[in-house]
Design a binder for this molecule. Sequence first.
Ligand SMILES: [Zn+2]
Length: 188
Amino acid sequence: LIDVFEKAEELVRRDGNDFSWSGWEDSGDALSEIHAIIAKLRALNMPANARVLFVPTGPLQELSLSSGWGDEFIRLADWYDDAEATVDCDCYSKPIGEFGEAIGTDARHADVFITRCAACGRSWLRYLYEFEFISKSGRWFLGPLRRELQDQVTPENALDLFEQMLWYFAGGSYYDGKILKVAGRPIL
Ligand SMILES: [Zn+2]
């Protein structure tokens, strides 16, 4: 959820933004509201005005439409919905152990699965890779899968989907058994 508001901050800071219909005076006004929300989230409080920023015709959407980044706003609002729905679920702090539904095997003989969290319903994309002749080569990646992408996962596009995620878990012998939160293209 904090990631979502940090992205909102980045959009609000853009040069050429037109604040006339947003209800905010200027970027300073918008940023102070966003910073207050991030501060509450860091203190593990859910701010009452968090959702208001993302409602249709709310301040951020009005700003996005008059400033030419309406599509980015829609994507951010989708992230917000997902983040809000799952904010309390353990699956975001502790990777789910069960593999779930097998999708297939890619050209590297890595196995791809979709795992559904029984508690919150969030789907996770999992990629398991091991090069059997090299020790410490085993690694797995597990990341939150966007709803509209669930039917589109194939073994071949799995790595691209990880690359598009804000973050995902990485673990296995390659990482000395540690579990990390990483972003970018998975290391193979
Ligand atoms: Zn969950």
